[in-house]
Write a protein that binds this ligand. Sequence first.
Ligand code: GTB
Length: 216
Amino acid sequence: MTITITGFESSPDRGQGLARDMRVRWALEEVGQPYEVRLLSFAQMKEPAHLTLHPFGQIPTYEEGDLALFESGAIILHIAERYPGLLPGDANARARAIMWMFAALNTLEPPILEYQNLVLFERDKPWHDERLPAVKDRVRDRLGPLSCWMESKEWLEGTFSAGDLMMVHALQRLRRSGLLAEFPNLAAYIARAEARPAFQRAFAAQLAVFTASQGG
Ligand code: GTB
């Protein structure tokens, strides 16, 4: 059955792989499933055809036969449960890998998004400079314990899982923040994940979309 996902026709991050279709591409590459991508403009995302798939008019979505999904967490969990490669077989180990997916989405990503929204979209606000240190500290409050957890570990729970994929994709948004330099083992964790062939293939595919959108 053909898998079709949606992505930005022209990603605002200029192909850095920060938009959430990247995590879906990466998961599909990890499990070795081919997929097609329907590219959407910002206007198309808000049109009825797309809103039937995604009520909030966003990317990514996932279609496979009769199944249509939105929310990157739900999509990654579906891929990981349907195809081998992203979740361990042992029931307890599987539950812990899924726990880390939720930790990435619910505990790490919110302060990272708060930081990113502040520096990207609120730079000209009168309260930006005053607010920035507290927002950065809230990110540090999450990176510190994660860094301790990762002490001497290659992956969150021994072997690479959907939990690592989700965690690394959330952390990548901090690439330009300077915050990762304070936690060298997290920077090394991200680099390990980015060296995976599946990540490289997914990254190259989304970058090619952006390059083509620029006429390259
Ligand atoms: N909770 C949803 C999920 O996990 O799937 C959130 C989906 C979401 O935020 N989608 C964004 C979107 O469609 C793209 S990923 N936005 C368009 C809109 O809301 O109209 C967020 C994103 C966008 C851009 C960058 N960037 O340029 O760096 C990074 C991440």
